[in-house]
Design a protein. Structure first.
Length: 239
């Protein structure tokens, strides 16, 4: 049995819950990339990658690794805040950016999970979507009592951001602003050069004529004093 949810549905759900407009893109079966669209110049360039941990094989749970490259110290605290919008007790996290989603704690999924066991979750790059494979519960003859899920003591459901994380976020934010401001200035200079080049092509003949006229006048000016000096010297010689 298979369920499928389009990326557009996930994007709409996140926008409705948080007001953040995100664009999702599949990078592999295990990794999807999120990029904001309405969070300002430099934040819109930050790409957040979410990867499914295949080694964490626990029924009813999904372990995710979240990373934003050098911007992770800035982005992860913001994601922790957003998890407060999830149903209570459904998302646990640690300091390394690992998240565990407890699917059974999400009320909308509880009825489905009571009848089905999820066997696989992956991303589809051909038809941008999340694919969930499941079997009817009890088919394998194994119950939770036989293999209880591992505890999550190393993870925290508390989204408070430490002072260290806040300081890291401020430093990374300053670096990011400097980088993107530099990029923006370079783009403006490049655009100005292009406009100047276009103007030169359009008015090349007029500019050439103006330059030649200016040089001609300057040359005439330089010649007159020399002629006047020669005339003066000739008169004094005759006397």
């Amino acid at each position: 049995m298979r369920f499928e949810m389009d990326f557009a549905e996930v994007e709409a759900l996140i926008r409705a819950k948080t007001g953040v407009e995100l664009k999702m893109r599949c990078e592999s079966d295990d990794t999807v990339r999120f990029q904001p669209r309405n969070m300002g110049l430099w934040k819109n360039r930050v790409k957040v990658r979410v990867t499914i941990d295949r080694d964490y094989d626990v029924p009813g749970r999904v372990k995710l690794k979240v990373s934003a490259g050098i911007f992770s110290p800035l982005v992860l605290p913001q994601i922790r805040k957003m998890t407060d919008l999830a149903p209570s007790g459904s998302v646990a996290m640690n300091e390394d950016g690992d998240f565990i989603v407890l699917l059974e704690k999400i009320p909308q999924l509880a009825p489905v999970l009571s009848m089905c066991d999820i066997t696989d979750i992956r991303f589809n790059s051909y038809m941008p979507s999340v694919i969930v494979d499941a079997t009817f519960a009890g088919q394998a003859g194994v119950t939770e009592a036989d293999f209880p899920p591992p505890p999550v003591e190393d993870y925290s459901f508390n989204s408070n951001v430490s002072l260290k994380e806040q300081e890291q976020g401020r430093i990374i934010g300053d670096i990011a602003r400097s980088i993107f401001e530099s990029d923006r200035i370079k783009e403006e200079v490049h655009a100005l050069k292009e406009r100047a080049s276009d103007y030169l092509d359009e008015h090349k003949e007029d500019l050439h004529e103006a330059v030649m006229s200016y040089l001609s006048k300057k040359l005439d000016g330089f010649g007159k004093p020399e002629k006047q000096a020669e005339s003066t010297d000739g008169k004094s010689g005759q006397e």
